[in-house]
Write a protein that binds this ligand. Structure first.
Ligand code: ZN
Length: 153
């Protein structure tokens, strides 16, 4: 076990025990649900858009440690970003998790997310790590559609 592995484990456990951005948003732009039947992870994601900026993300979840930690880290990474930047962040995270060629370095502001790449060793758990991110993308699409509907009215 290397020092990096230890640090990664600590980061994941910290987010698992103290998940950030837990809860609900009352007047959310969208509320979407994500399920990973393979593991039994379930989460509800609330997203608040302010124009093209992700103003807030909150999650209520019943999931395993990887799923919970990944959701917590995702919420910290994307709140305050523009939708275009969020999509880049999600892409970078997904390509790290799907990488077949060993460890990937993420941009400095995403460094903490590297803690999750150890999950690649357990292919069935990769879905646990990706669920919050896929649910986030769905939330953005839903929120944008809601905005369009409002504009038409
Ligand atoms: Zn899981």
């Amino acid at each position: 076990m290397s020092l990096a592995d230890d640090l990664y484990r600590e980061t994941i456990l910290d987010h698992y025990h103290n998940p950030r951005n837990r809860g609900e948003i009352e007047d959310a732009s969208a509320k979407v649900e994500g399920v990973n039947p393979l593991c039994g992870d379930e989460l509800t994601l609330y997203i608040q858009l302010d124009g093209d900026t992700v103003k807030d993300v909150k999650i209520t979840a019943k999931g395993c440690s990887i799923n919970t930690a990944s959701g917590s880290m995702m919420s910290e990474a994307v709140v305050g970003q523009s939708i275009a930047d969020v999509k880049k962040t999600v892409d970078a995270f997904k390509s790290m998790m799907m990488s077949k060629s060993g460890d990937v370095s993420l941009p400095e502001e995403m460094e903490e997310l590297e803690a999750l790449q150890g999950v690649r060793k357990y292919p069935v758990r990769i879905k646990c790590a990706l669920l919050p991110w896929n649910t986030l993308l769905e939330g953005i699409i839903t929120a944008q559609e809601e905005q369009k509907v409002k504009e038409v009215k």
